[in-house]
Structures are given as C-alpha cells and as structure tokens.
Design a protein around this ligand. Structure first.
Ligand SMILES: Cc1cc2nc3c(=O)[nH]c(=O)nc-3n(C[C@H](O)[C@H](O)[C@H](O)COP(=O)(O)OP(=O)(O)OC[C@H]3O[C@@H](n4cnc5c(N)ncnc54)[C@H](O)[C@@H]3O)c2cc1C
Length: 422
C-alpha cells in the first residue's frame, strides 16, 4: 500500500464508506481519487436467511440516499441482505378528534417514485459499502485502524499536506483528511472546530417487535404532546418502534415486562398493524441538536454526524450525512478535473457553502416539528390539527411533504439526481 493518498477518510461508517466509494468509483467525473479509509471496527458479518431478529439500529434510507448507493454500486449489497421498502407514510395527531384520527397518508406515487424509502439495518448499509470499497482499486481500507492524531505541514504561506498517525504508529499522508468519525469526532476536536450542542428534554426508545400480521408497505407516525411514536416496517413479521418521551417515562417503558409493554404499544397504534406477538430488544438514547460552527479547516473537511446531529423524529440524520458525502465527492472530483488543489480552502468552501445551509435549515424544520407537537394551549393545538389536515388535502402541499420525506427536495448532488449516472 502506498502511504500517500488524495484523501484519507477517518471513519468507514455509513457516511465515510459512501464518501470513499463515491471518490474511488469509476463512475464519477474524471479519474477516481486515491483514498484510504480508516475504520476502527468492522461490523459483524451478515448472513442472509440466517439472521433471526433485525438489529435494533435501523435507518429510514431516503430515495436520494438509495440513488447514491446505486450510483456507487452498493445498493445490490443492501437488498441482497435485507431491506424493507415503504410506499406510504401515515401521520396523525394523537390528540385530534375521532374525525381526524385516521390522519394523513402520503404516497410515493405523488412524487413519481416506486417507494418513499427503505428501512435498513445500519450494519447492512455499512457492510454493503465496505464490500463495495474493497472492490475499488483506488481505495484502501485499513480496518481495524484508528486515527490517533494528525499534523498539517506548511510550505511557505501555504499548507501542502496532512500527515495522519494511526494508533499503530504508522503515518500516512494526503492532500485532504475527511472526518467521518461520528458525533464524537476526533478530527473535529483536533481541528478546534466547536459544535454547540443542545439536549432535548426527550429520550428516544427503540425496539424491534414481531407482529402477527406480515408488515405492510407503510410507516405509522403518531404525534402526541409528549413526543412522537413511530412504527417502521421491517421485512417479514417484524417492525421497528421509536418512541419519544421524557426520561422518566422512557425508563418506565424500558422496565415494563413484555406483556405490559405490548399493551402500551397496541393502545398507541392502529389495529391494521396487527397484534404484537413479541418484543425482541429495547434500548434508549438521548436526543440532541448540534451543528458545527465550520465544516472545514486547513486540509480538513467534516461530513455526517461529525458536523451535525438533528432530532431523529423524521429519520433524516444519516440521510443528511449521505448527501454531505455526495456533495463533497462531487466538489473534489470536479476540482481535480479542473486541476485545482482538492485540499485548498477555496475548494472546501464550495462544499461548506452547499451543505451547511441545507443541514441548518433541516435542523430548524425538525425543531419546529418538535415544538409544534409539544404541550400547548387549545388554539395552537387546533391550528396544528388543521395544518396537518390541509397538508393531507391540498395536493401541492402533500407532494412537497412527500418530496421532503423521500429526500428529493433541496440542492441534490448529481449522483443523487438519477442514481445511475453522473
Ligand atoms: C435513536 C436514534 C434513531 C435514529 N434514527 C435514524 C433514522 O431513522 N434515519 C436516519 O437517517 N438517521 C437516524 N439516526 C441518526 C444516525 O444514526 C446517524 O446520523 C448516523 O449513524 C451517522 O453516521 P456517520 O457515518 O456520520 O457516523 P457513525 O455512524 O457514528 O460512524 C462513524 C464511524 O467512524 C468510526 N470511527 C470513529 N472514530 C474513529 C477514529 N478515530 N478512527 C477510525 N474510525 C473511527 C466508527 O467506528 C464508525 O464506524 C438516529 C439516531 C438515533 C440516536
């Protein structure tokens, strides 16, 4: 293995893996870039057909993210393992009168796509990407390997290189280091980039359940003042629950015995979901919002959770990161074609201007959702129920919501526009 690369990507998770595949794929603009991915831990292998319960960590993969996976050749590795498409999304106000209880249904055909998205285990997404990058001649995967520290070398007034030291003591150099190393990013911390964080007063409980009926092609989302509750379809008879509430209630729900927990779930979701037969796993997480003050530094760029964390109520977190990966890959490949320095601030600013605004806007929208469904006075509740009903009845509003849900709104990277060409 050479020890100099165009790009070193610290973190081969869902976002870092996608970035490396997009940089090293033969299908982008110009020649592939040489890339080294450092990943601290390889996920357990996944054997289709012999994995009983779904993993507890799943993501709602948007159409835009699916297109990015298709464009780099990683989508087959996802569907050959396990993925569940959803074509419809039912949203209802748990406080509204009986007449609006059925809520609003959004459908994929309104935006002309076969599915609004897929629910996929995080492990499956990461494994499909690792398989893909291991096939690319211009990408080297070092796993297990951790970035320990780095140093930017200067030549005159200019910074020309970055030297990255691994925990093994080995040193590699590159024109650019990308931090795709998650919410506790070492790259961000060492670059001195601050990321103010505010913790919501809610926690999220996640669980995998089995239902008597096989899963349908629909996600169920119930909004109540204490926080949303969602049931996402998995393949076969399983579904993934996400339930937001304050810490005390989440602790109580986590400690209920299985029968009492099932009773609470069946009271919250419509009978169309079918009786809940089993609860496989339960876990809970704190919820926070955080946006990095900058996405770039000297020969450094950040992507994914390393530079933003949003409220997970709309399942947007990893999808924003995947769009970061698509946008950064496009920016760097275009810069290389134009014979520009891929690690120069001028190049990196293009990426930052593109993605920082889009991510900040999404964080604000999700904050607004969170506040609109927090405990409120009767007139606000009435306005909220009316807004939800109007969004369901007025065709352009329905279409816009479906576009956001499928990740097709905003300034998309070229790879996410069609999924099969750039
Ligand atoms: C309760 C909950 C539910 C969620 N639901 C959804 C959802 O439905 N849809 C959605 O889009 N998002 C969801 N999210 C958010 C989503 O999980 C994150 O946005 C996503 O994991 C971020 O991906 P990432 O690749 O940026 O970071 P990570 O997944 O954190 O990956 C970082 C990678 O870097 C590696 N690493 C770390 N440090 C180093 C180092 N020093 N050297 C080498 N490697 C390193 C790690 O091993 C890891 O593989 C949810 C989050 C929570 C808490």
């Amino acid at each position: 293995m050479s020890d100099h690369f165009d790009v070193i990507v610290a973190g081969g998770g869902m976002v870092g893996g996608l970035l490396a595949a997009a940089l090293g794929s033969a299908r982008g603009a110009g020649d592939p870039l040489s890339v080294c991915v450092l990943e601290a831990a390889r996920p357990d292998p996944f054997t289709p057909g012999s994995e009983p319960a779904h993993d507890i960590r799943v993501s709602a993969v948007s159409v835009a993210s699916e297109r990015l996976f298709r464009a780099v050749g990683a989508w087959d590795g996802v569907v050959s393992r396990r993925a569940c498409p959803f074509r419809r999304m039912r949203v209802w106000d748990g406080e509204a009168s009986e007449s609006t209880h059925k809520g609003t249904e959004f459908d994929a055909h309104e935006v002309g796509v076969p599915a609004l998205g897929h629910i996929v285990e995080n492990r499956v997404l990461q494994l499909a990407l690792l398989d893909c990058i291991e096939q690319l001649p211009s990408v080297s995967l070092c796993c297990p390997a951790r970035l320990a520290h780095y140093r930017v070398s200067k030549q005159g007034d200019d910074t020309s290189n970055i030297a990255v030291t691994l925990d093994s003591g080995e040193t590699l150099t590159a024109s650019l280091l990308v931090g795709a190393d998650g919410a506790r990013s070492t790259v961000r911390e060492r670059a001195g980039i601050t990321m103010p964080r505010s913790v919501y007063e809610q926690r999220a409980m996640v669980a995998t359940v089995s239902t008597d009926l096989p899963q349908q092609d629909i996600t169920w989302q119930r909004f109540v003042p204490t926080g949303p509750q969602a049931m996402l379809p998995l393949s076969g008879h399983q579904a993934s629950l996400v339930w937001y509430h304050d810490e005390t209630e989440i602790q109580r729900l986590c400690s209920l015995d299985e029968a009492a927990f099932i009773e609470a779930l069946e009271a919250a979701f419509p009978t169309e979901l079918g009786a809940i037969a089993r609860v496989h796993q339960r876990a809970s997480f704190p919820i926070a919002k955080a946006l990095a003050e900058s996405y770039i530094s000297d020969r450094i760029a950040l992507v994914g959770d390393a530079c933003h964390t949003v409220h997970p109520l709309a399942g947007q977190g990893v999808n924003l990161g995947m769009l970061d990966a698509g946008a950064l890959a496009e920016t760097l490949r275009d810069a290389k074609v134009a014979r520009q320095d891929i690690g120069a601030r001028r190049t990196l600013r293009r990426y930052e201007r593109w993605r920082r605004g889009e991510n900040a806007m999404m964080a604000t929208v999700l904050d607004g959702f969170h506040k609109a469904f927090s405990p409120q006075a009767a007139p606000v509740r009435g306005a909220r129920a009316l807004a939800l009903e109007l969004a369901g009845r007025v065709t352009p509003a329905r279409r816009q919501v479906a576009r956001y849900a499928s990740g097709l709104a905003g300034d998309l990277p070229r790879l996410a526009r069609t999924g099969d060409s750039v």
